[in-house]
Design a protein. Sequence first.
Length: 237
Amino acid sequence: MKHLILLALFTAFLAAQAAAPEVEITAEPHHHLTFENKSVRVFNVEVPPNTETLMHWHRHDYISVNLGPAEIENNVKGKPPVTAKLPDGDVRFVSATFAHFVRDVADYPFRNVTVEILDDANLRTSTAKWDPAKNEDRGLTVLPNGTQQILFVKDGIRATEFELQPGAVVPMHHHASPHLLVAVSDLDLRDKYLNDVHPSDPGHLKSGDSKWLSGNYSHTITNTGANAAKFITLEFP
């Protein structure tokens, strides 16, 4: 009987949450704004076990990067709830506009980095594209002691995952446009720049940190840490 009462109370709570007024994402207390410019807003999200966010709006397309494994219940307003298990480093693109709340149904926190694409309306129709003939929009590159994999291109933004063992090097490559780096693991990276051009070095980043890097430079990246390094880059066209 006690379990039935608890279940009824929980069901009533979820119904009340679904009917609650929506808040803007900036007013949702589990979303912490860490960076903003004309292109993106970056939020670090953390939901403790068996708790949930407020019902909140996503008014822009966004890309999420999961930090650690997670099991969540996603409650989109007007739709049935959906439970999902997400692996560490899961990267996905989500189209706006909708309101939802997320409940952590695991016994460990749900953490991610949510990157809002502020110019999504223009990027969807932009004529600037990655060249598939040069494998700029897909593919896996096997490096010595590491990998570089293009995950997808959405809204003209190319999401690439890097995994580097200690001492591994990403060979010299060129960034024509700005990009956002998101640390999935703790990182210790060293950059070597062509022609001594020195934009802001990634350096040491903790899991969940992000860094906006300017374009128009060439460099190599070396994992100088004692552990494997995993990070995501989001490159703008």
